[in-house]
Design a protein around this ligand. Structure first.
Ligand code: 13P
Ligand code: SF4
Length: 324
């Protein structure tokens, strides 16, 4: 049979992507939610930019019919768990997360079974299957407050990030059973090179995400989620900051305080491995195409979705209790 050599032509991308995306937003009654680690142009077109908690809260409240999620898979999945009847689009379905991948469901099920009396608190950076096995979800901005609300005599498993887990242990004085997962981006920072940078910029404050390893966190003047780091960089009287998290956040830091200087914390080598390779798979072009094609879409088995919803709702309730 005769087949044409041109079965898969390159999709045409309009010249004015911002305009084309705005038009599709109207057509789909869509909201664009973006994480701070996305490329600057994606941040600039988003309706809301935030950390994982802010994004989950926005997803829980939106009345849009379509959620375009510019972030990684577990974030879009959380939006779908909260909105089973909405179309949830992720510009690149391969935008995963090394931290979520470090906690395979079958192994975690065995780990959980070995600690039958423990409550499971899972960081939102995990798959829907792990969420479905959890009692409460947390994010980097509310992990300490959530653990503090759990009765002292209740043993707790904390998964999957060991660095955030250790930080929560330090802040709460609780003894948590940790799943030993980690994020490839936040483990790439070099303590030695950060200290060297600090010597060259003595007035600079080191601000760090709690997914960083303890030797880096020990040097930090301030530790917090991406939103907390952004707020701190605005309210602190310092004019210079060494930023130990994915450098995408610096776009908003510079926008909010153009008079201040933000230096990305260096990695072990001179690579760009402090940029999240998963987050950066999303591009403005792919975002446009996802909206145009109504695909790729997040789809979840209903049984997993329902089981994963309960601990997310628990987090949203507990966050309200702990917020001032
Ligand atoms: P937050 O958005 O909670 O600051 O977490 C950062 C992160 O690693 C997201 O993948
Ligand atoms: Fe996952 Fe780390 Fe990328 Fe966040 S920065 S999405 S935790 S790999």
């Amino acid at each position: 049979m005769f087949t044409t050599a041109f079965t898969n032509p390159k999709p045409s991308i309009p010249f004015d992507l911002f305009g084309a995306i705005a038009a599709l937003k109207q057509e789909l009654n869509a909201v664009i939610l973006a994480h701070y680690y996305q490329d600057s142009d994606i941040q600039d077109i988003a309706d809301y930019i935030g950390d994982s908690l802010g994004l989950a809260e926005k997803a829980a409240k939106t009345d849009a019919d379509t959620i375009v999620f510019a972030g990684v898979h577990f974030m879009a999945e959380t939006a779908k768990i909260l909105n089973p009847n909405k179309l949830v689009l992720l510009p690149d379905l391969n935008a995963g997360c090394s931290l979520a991948d470090s906690c395979p469901p079958e192994e975690f099920a065995q780990f959980k079974a070995a600690h039958p009396h423990h409550l499971v608190v899972s960081y939102i950076n995990c798959t829907a299957e792990i969420k479905a096995m959890s009692d409460i979800i947390c994010t980097s901005s509310n992990a300490v407050q959530i653990v503090n609300q759990i009765p002292q005599n209740q043993p707790i498993i904390f998964a999957p990030d060991r660095n955030l887990g250790r930080y929560v242990m330090e802040q709460t004085g609780r003894d948590l059973v940790l799943w030993l997962g980690s994020c490839m981006v936040h483990e790439t920072f070099s303590e030695k090179r950060i200290v060297q940078l600090k010597i060259e910029h003595r007035a600079a404050e080191i601000i760090a995400h709690p997914e960083c390893e303890p030797p880096v966190l020990r040097h930090a003047d301030y530790i917090g989620s991406t939103t907390a780091l952004l707020k701190y960089s605005q309210t602190s009287s310092s004019r210079e900051f060494i930023v130990a998290t994915e450098p995408g956040i610096i776009h908003q830091m510079e926008k909010a305080a153009p008079e201040k200087t933000f230096i990305p914390a260096p990695s072990m080598t001179n690579c760009a491995c402090n940029e999240c390779p998963h987050m950066r798979l999303n591009t403005l072009e792919k975002l446009y195409l996802a909206m145009k094609n109504r695909s790729p879409e997040i789809i979840l088995p209903e049984e997993i979705r329902v089981a994963a919803l309960r601990p997310i709702q628990r987090m949203l309730e507990m966050s309200l209790i702990s917020s001032p």
